[in-house]
Design a protein around this ligand. Structure first.
Ligand SMILES: Nc1ncnc2c1ncn2[C@@H]1O[C@H](COP(=O)(O)OP(=O)(O)O)[C@@H](O)[C@H]1O
Ligand SMILES: [Mg+2]
Length: 442
């Protein structure tokens, strides 16, 4: 069942239960109230009768005359003498009077009398209290009161019916307000499923639904960015892989068809070997990046002595440094340690230092220091530096300069540094070239 109907049904059921209980309570109280009210009215009638009798007949208590007067009133009553315990007069027939006398105690205080199957509400008033013991007893049949009660109940029922109608309508409107944003949200989720990110619309809602809507919107944005980056990655990757393959194919076909001279053929083979090497590097780096991204378990954190780590880096790059005839300085503060995967971090630093050596004119400098609990590793050179407009993208995959190789080195370095809870950035070095800075909060 749809949420809207479930909510409406629950709301309506609750209202009906409340109305039924209220109705029952009112119905059972109303009879008592009506009886009390009837008694008050009888009392008033009695008092009026007595005062009329007093003014019309004064102290001349001629029973016959009074009888005549009472006969003219359309009232059921007895005139009862307490002292003699007898009914002197009644507006009802003799048979009825006898029946009443038989089943009720006239000298008692019962307020409800019985006659046959019927009940009567009574009210008693003393007539000439100073001189006589005469009493007027006025009666109203319960049936009359029950008719009023039925009537009242009928109206109550109608009011409740209208109330129930309004309640259903109201609950429908209220639940619509609640459910409409949800169905709109569902539609947006469908769009996300179909990857129609540009068609996604914001939804007006409040409270928790608003929060969910906000999260969905952010999730869609994140997903779109992710998918775009994946797409660019595949485009770049296929381009990067295709170029060396085409070169290899060209030379291979040329050699097969004997279109080259001996010397050219030799050169072609060399190009093919170097392109295959390049392909291997690209593929290895892509595999490494994919691993770094998808398997958090490839990181084995341990306590790393930073000085030893930098020594390893220097050992590895020294041959190339010597070959290029430049200088490599390193300046590492004592007793610095770091919680990291040593092998991966070495890889990240090597990527940066090899870049530095490649781009440097005369020198590369590595410095490591700790300030305010932040450990910083800087790698700088005196080359051309990284162009300002390239800086925001330089750590992305396959982004490289004119003299670039695979364009994956910095992306790998960033992935490793981020997994070690560090940050990496690039700016200008005092030496004149680029300065790559890695920071680890400790
Ligand atoms: N020390 C540096 N000085 C100047 N440019 C640099 C330096 N390091 C990196 N770059 C630029 O950043 C690009 C990306 O570097 P990287 O991701 O290591 O790829 P690759 O080295 O394979 O080209 C390089 O192509 C180069 O243009
Ligand atoms: Mg590189």
């Amino acid at each position: 069942m749809k949420l809207r109907y479930q909510l409406t049904a629950a709301f309506t059921a609750l209202l009906l239960v409340i109305m039924a209980v209220t109705g029952y309570v009112i119905y059972s109280l109303i009879l008592n109230l009506l009886v009390q009210d009837e008694q008050r009215q009888l009392e008033q009638k009695g008092e009026i009768l007595v005062s009329v009798l007093n003014t019309q007949y004064g102290s001349n208590q001629d029973i016959q005359q009074i009888n005549g007067f009472l006969q003219d009133q359309d009232i059921q009553l007895f005139m009862y003498d307490r002292r003699q315990d007898s009914v002197l007069y009644s507006t009802m027939s003799n048979k009825v009077v006898k029946g009443f006398v038989k089943s009720n105690d006239f000298s008692g205080n019962d307020q409800l009398w019985e006659y046959g199957k019927d009940k009567f509400v009574t009210s008693r008033i003393l007539l000439y209290p100073e001189t006589t013991s005469l009493e007027l007893i006025l009666l109203t049949p319960m049936k009359d009161i029950q008719v009023i009660q039925q009537n009242f109940f009928f109206r109550l029922f109608i009011v409740f019916l209208i109330g129930a109608g309004v309640a259903v309508l109201l609950s429908y409107l209220l639940t619509s307000r609640l459910v409409t944003p949800l169905s709109l949200l569902k539609r947006q989720l469908k769009k996300i499923e179909k990857r129609q990110f540009d068609d996604i619309e914001r939804i007006k809602a409040s409270g928790e639904i608003k929060e969910v809507e906000q999260s969905v919107f952010e999730m869609a944005g994140e997903l779109q960015r992710y998918m775009n980056s994946q797409q660019t990655f595949f485009q770049n990757a296929s381009h990067e892989l295709k170029t060396p393959l085409m070169t290899i194919q060209g030379y291979a076909e040329g050699i097969r068809d004997h279109v080259f001279e001996a010397e050219e053929e030799e050169k072609g083979l060399e190009v093919m070997v170097s392109e295959v090497k390049r392909l291997k590097t690209i593929i290895n780096e892509m595999i490494l990046l994919a691993k770094l991204d998808s398997e958090p378990t490839v990181y084995q954190s341990e306590k790393v002595n930073v000085r030893e780590l930098i020594d390893h880096v220097v050992e590895r790059v020294l041959p190339l440094v010597n070959e290029k005839g430049i200088t490599l300085e390193h300046d590492v503060a004592d007793n610095l340690t770091l919680l990291a995967d040593e092998e991966k971090l070495l890889r990240a630093l090597l990527n940066l230092v090899f870049n530095g050596v490649r781009h440097a004119k005369t020198q590369v400098r590595i410095s490591v220091y700790k300030q305010q609990r932040i450990l910083t590793i800087e790698i700088e050179d005196d080359g051309k530096g990284v162009a300002k407009d390239l800086r925001p993208h330089i750590f992305h995959r396959f982004v490289k300069g004119k003299d670039g190789e695979t364009g994956l080195g910095l992306a790998i370095a960033r992935a490793i540094v981020q997994q070690t809870d560090g940050k990496i950035s690039v700016d200008d070095s005092e030496l004149g070239g680029a300065r790559f800075k890695i920071t680890f909060p400790n």
